[in-house]
Each structure stands twice: as C-alpha cells, then as structure tokens.
Write a protein that binds this ligand. Sequence first.
Ligand SMILES: *Cc1c(COP(=O)(O)O)cnc(C)c1O
Length: 226
Amino acid sequence: MSIKENLEKVNEKLKNAIQKVQLVVVTKTHSIDTLQEAYEVGLRHFGENKVQELLPKYQALPKDICWHLVGHLQTNKVKYIAPFVHLIHSVDSYKLLQEINKQALRNQRVIDCLLQIYIAQEETKFGLSFQEAQAILQSPDLAKLQNIRIVGLMGMATFTSDTEQIRQEFLSLKTFFEQMQTVVNQPNVFLKELSMGMSQDFEIAIACGSTMVRIGSAILGNRSYA
Ligand SMILES: *Cc1c(COP(=O)(O)O)cnc(C)c1O
C-alpha cells in the first residue's frame, strides 16, 4: 500500500466524526525521503517523539510543515525546538512549562502546549494524573507564563485489544477535559484540543470526542527500529 492509499483510508474514517479532527502524521523512525513523500500527498502536520530526530528533519524539509512534539521532552532540549515547534503534546510538569515559557520568550513567540494525562493502566507511560493536571491548570502562578498557552490535553490509551477498556479510558479524559473547561479561568488556558487516538484506536478516540489524532503506522507502514 502507498502512503496516498493509506491516507485516503484514514481520511475516510476521520470524515465520520461530527467534530473537526486534525490529523498529525507521526513520522518517527522514518527517513526524510518518506517524510517528503508524505508532504507530497498533502500532509503538513508531522509529529516526532525525539528532539534529536526532529531537528535534522525540520532542517531538510519544507518550512510550511507544522511540527508536533509528541514524545517525552527533557527540559534541556526545549531550546532546540523553541524557535519553530507548532505544538508540544507531552507537557508533564510545571517545571517543563516554565522552561518552555523561558525559551519561547527568548524567541519572541508564544508556544502552544497540551498537558499529557496518564489514562492507561500501564506503568510505562509518562503523564500527569487528573489531580496533578488540575493543580497546574489552577495554579495561581500560571498566568505569569505569558509565552505559553495551554490549548488542550493529550492522552494515550492502554495497548490492548479490549476496545471497551480503550473507550473507558478515552471517555475519562473527555469528561475531565469538559470539567476543566468549566472550572479553569486563566488568561493563557484555552482548552479546545483533545489529542487522542493512534493507528490502532483512532476510530474509538474520535467517537469519544478527539479533535486531534496522532497516526503513524496506518499511514506510513510499520516502523523498523534499527
Ligand atoms: C508513535 C506514536 C504515535 C503513533 O503510533 P502508531 O501506532 O504508529 O499510529 C502516536 N503518539 C505517540 C505519542 C507516539 O509515540
């Protein structure tokens, strides 16, 4: 299957959503040639999970691509992506937000962020609990971070074939998202994006209210980890 054919299949499913869903193609481990091919079929939102892999791809590819960081971000790497990153999906601490704010200020821009929430029943996933996320969203100091905007939440469901479990996990995030929309009142928080859904579970995610899906293998084929 070609990227174009895979993309048509995915788009067909995204069209079933009642809400508008942004597709982010997750390009990690794929070559610059493959990314170029994805660009040529019209994709413009690319997601990577490692800063050191993102940088050479950013440099090699057209400048109208919107780059999403979807993997764990260390504070000492923020400075490398701050000049151009479109959206950071994986904010999991207040300290990281402070660093993103500092580097955004240096670059005279505002960086959009999502708080990554831990919804899976697995021990390996990064992210905040609902309680920790709410504490950040309601922190009295948050408004001082004028060069970041929290525009939504991100979550990953458990890797399982139990679709009911996946649905429950996505619904728990959707419910929390709606609660936060009503209780949080901060000048730099605009909760509009709900980033949930990957190749295996994006149809469930859009049925649960996702506004942004992060899809790799269903479009680009299987990843080969060298
Ligand atoms: C790799 C990755 C994806 C995409 O995974 P696929 O199963 O290939 O669609 C989505 N989100 C994150 C955070 C990832 O690391």
